[in-house]
Write a protein that binds this ligand. Structure first.
Ligand code: GDP
Ligand code: CA
Length: 327
């Protein structure tokens, strides 16, 4: 089967590890709104989390960056920033720029400067990491998620998330560049030609939500003949990892599995999904979601290990196949 998965970084990457074991032809469409430029280097956190995870190079403890990483360059930059005024604004002290990771950023930045598209760069990175899954950025055009704070000012998503741990109250998100951004080559085709489209249990606001803001992607989800199913990143009223609750409250959505499903909406009512998996802990919302037109099931949704994650991916495809039969 051809499976197309929309995903963010760490949650998305872990989900893809499980999905990959099922042996389907998988295309992952990744969020690029987290991307930022540091010291002239283009950094793509979600793409790198996916590629390093699928390539067995990710730091197991952190879930992002490289295993066996060192931070000598970062420390040296900090020494400059501490003693040279002109260096200080260039070096974000909160950003974990690793030495091994830097090689990826150096090559990617050079290729981009030479005019190579981000999707081709990503394909080349996948060659090195033997991802076994086609990984495509949502767009080759530069987009960056900025967070709107209470006083109306905007800061880059990474600064809000990493430096401030999403503790500064946000009132919304502004995706700079999204208005003119086009889906990367193959993105719309992967959605239209899929047998099943899956929304990974990724952040619904700043991962999947950003992908959906790129012109044509949400329309493709609504138009595809494939069933579209999602897995809840919210279990028992809280994100499993991270601070998705801060993102959801910024856009006025409750941090519950059913509120996220209703936020995506059913395709028959102009939304983007047909089916929704919630964790067993949330089984009490299944009937109400079914009444609202969602094909909904409760299954274990904790990605403890690859086998548990594969079972989640299998349950999503199974839910989707039931929908096809129903047509
Ligand atoms: P990020 O870009 O690194 O933040 O990663 P994603 O957006 O892809 O995924 C983040 C989301 O994954 C968070 O909202 C978590 O709640 C969710 N998540 C992480 N681990 C699990 C898990 O084991 N099960 C489920 N259902 N969701 C998870
Ligand atoms: Ca991310």
């Amino acid at each position: 089967m051809r499976i197309t998965a929309l995903c963010g970084g760490i949650g998305g990457a872990r989900f893809l590890l499980g999905l990959r074991t099922l042996g389907h032809d998988v295309t992952a469409i990744a969020n690029t709104g987290d991307d930022m430029t540091v010291l002239g280097l283009r950094i793509c956190p979600d793409l790198d989390s996916i590629v390093y995870t699928l390539g067995d190079g990710v730091s197991v403890e952190r879930g992002w960056g490289r295993e066996g990483e060192t931070f000598r360059v970062r420390d040296e930059l900090a020494a400059y920033a501490g003693s040279v005024a002109a260096a200080e604004p260039l070096v974000p002290s909160w950003f974990g720029l690793g030495d091994l990771d830097l090689a990826t950023h150096l090559l990617r930045s050079r290729w981009l400067a030479d005019g190579v598209s981000l999707s081709t760069v990503t394909q080349w990175l996948c060659e090195r990491w033997h991802t076994g899954i086609r990984v495509v950025p949502a767009s080759d055009d530069r987009i960056e998620t900025h967070v709107r704070l209470g006083d109306g000012s905007l800061i880059h998503f990474q600064e809000w998330w990493v430096r401030h741990r999403a503790q500064l109250p946000a009132t919304g998100f502004d995706v700079q560049g999204a208005a003119g951004a086009k889906p990367a080559p193959g993105v719309v085709e992967a959605i239209m030609e899929a047998d099943v489209v899956v929304l990974a249990p990724s952040n619904p606001v700043v991962s999947i939500g950003i992908i959906l803001q790129i012109a044509g992607i949400a329309a493709a989800l609504r138009a595809t003949a494939a069933p579209v199913v999602g897995l809840s990143p919210i279990v028992g009223g809280a994100p499993v990892r991270g601070m998705a609750d801060a993102c959801l409250s910024a856009i006025g959505v409750a941090t519950t599995a059913d509120a996220v499903a209703r936020h995506y909406g059913t395709r028959r009512d102009g939304g983007v999904i047909d089916g929704w998996l919630v964790d067993d802990a949330d089984r009490d919302v299944v009937d109400a979601l079914a009444d609202s037109g969602f094909a909904c099931r409760a299954v274990p949704l904790l990605m403890h290990d690859i086998a548990a994650t594969a079972a989640m991916a299998h349950a999503a495809i199974d839910l989707a196949e039931g929908l096809e039969d129903a047509r």
